[in-house]
Design a protein around this ligand. Structure first.
Ligand SMILES: NC(=O)c1ccc[n+]([C@@H]2O[C@H](COP(=O)([O-])OP(=O)(O)OC[C@H]3O[C@@H](n4cnc5c(N)ncnc54)[C@H](OP(=O)(O)O)[C@@H]3O)[C@@H](O)[C@H]2O)c1
Length: 327
């Protein structure tokens, strides 16, 4: 038996509970990991509260990412004692995840814990931070440079948004943070935002095309916010879309794409190939300021994860939440 959160769905309804879990609940996999740290991402909030159908098999241990130490392995790539990190691959959705003391997964889903980070730091970054890095890489690959002008980051106080601001600022970009919590402007500026705007400027239905402002955009919100961001991106600029915190719809026109040559990049962290993950983690090791990471991280015990998942979805959490699981 080991401790963890278990989600069940039956006649009694949808329920997430911290409890002792039998090893028999663990799915097949060739590597067993003692989880030390996990985290709460937006998707974990959806899974734990049942607000969206993220969990597709029951019973399910939530947690789309974890860091820990291999305890058993029949996969030649991993030995007991190896320090590992996992992000995505349907873990916490269709395959039991990281919010429990033990996880059993497929060896090819794991990456070595980057030398630059402790297991706790890797989870302070978590899927949110790794996705922020994927977004920055997309803008870089497009050719957006600091000299091109302002970069918009939406959902700025969230996990992806906070890490994206810290990364972009360290790389020399001028960042404009869009938030529903302008009272947190000082926090966003301390992360490196040059300016802070109220998200209401972007969240209402807008024109097909507007005044050119952004050299690049990292959008975690979707819906009208993403449409307005595209409509105000500069000629041949780029938008990296990774989230739907404001809605899954995309009420836009083709105008920014065919009149301004704007490029919209879709960012997926869940099924990203190994080489992409390794590049993102390596760049996080180089470009993320650990002091900044500490500033945006709140630590909670596993016993608080269910309550904090609700706070996260209510937009009350700032930055990243790291969960002490078996540390
Ligand atoms: N594509 C991928 O692989 C991938 C990976 C990770 C995350 N994501 C997605 O990225 C998004 C952010 O994830 P996260 O972990 O950073 O979540 P988070 O920490 O909960 O942050 C979300 C932020 O979005 C803003 N927000 C919340 N509700 C909103 C609304 N109704 N309208 C506009 N803005 C709203 C809030 O920022 P302010 O208070 O500053 O406004 C909130 O802090 C989520 O949609 C998540 O599913 C996608």
């Amino acid at each position: 038996m080991f401790k963890g959160i278990l989600i069940s769905k039956d006649d009694g309804g949808y329920q997430a509970r911290l409890q002792d879990i039998d090893e028999a609940v663990l799915p097949d996999g060739d590597v067993t990991v003692r989880v030390e740290w996990s985290t709460l991402n937006y998707k974990d909030g959806l899974a734990i509260t049942g607000k969206s159908p993220v969990v597709r098999r029951f019973p399910m241990i939530p947690g789309i990412d974890f860091a820990g130490t291999v305890s058993e392995s029949t996969n030649p790539a991993w030995q007991a004692g190896d320090k590992v990190v996992l992000n995505g691959w349907g873990v916490g959705e269709t395959h039991c995840g990281g919010l429990a003391e033990v996880a059993r997964v497929r060896g090819e889903w794991l990456v070595p814990l980057p030398a630059a980070f402790t297991a706790r730091q890797a989870m302070a970054i978590g899927t949110a931070g790794y996705t922020a890095m994927l977004c920055v890489l997309a803008l870089e690959r497009h050719g957006v440079t600091p000299a091109d002008g302002e970069i918009l980051v939406t959902g700025a106080n969230g996990g992806v948004g906070s890490v994206a601001i810290a990364l972009l600022a360290k790389l020399g970009y001028t960042v404009v943070a869009s938030t529903g919590r302008v009272a947190e402007a000082e926090y966003l500026k301390s992360l490196g935002a040059a300016d802070v705007i109220d998200r209401s400027e972007l969240s209402a239905p807008g024109k097909p095309i507007g005044k050119e402002r952004w050299a690049g955009v990292i959008d975690t919100v979707g819906s009208h916010t993403l449409a307005n961001a595209c409509a105000t991106t500069k000629y041949r600029g780029a938008v990296a879309a990774c989230g739907l915190a404001g809605g899954m719809d995309f009420p836009a026109t083709v105008a920014p794409f065919i009149l301004r040559g704007v490029t919209l990049y879709g960012i997926d962290s869940v099924m990203a190939p190994l080489a992409v993950r390794q590049e993102a983690w390596q760049r996080l090791g180089r470009d993320l300021d650990i002091a900044r990471l500490n500033e945006i991280t709140r630590e909670i015990p596993l016993s608080e994860a269910i309550a904090v998942a609700g706070e996260l979805l209510a937009g009350k959490v700032r930055g990243r939440v790291v969960v002490a699981v078996g540390s």
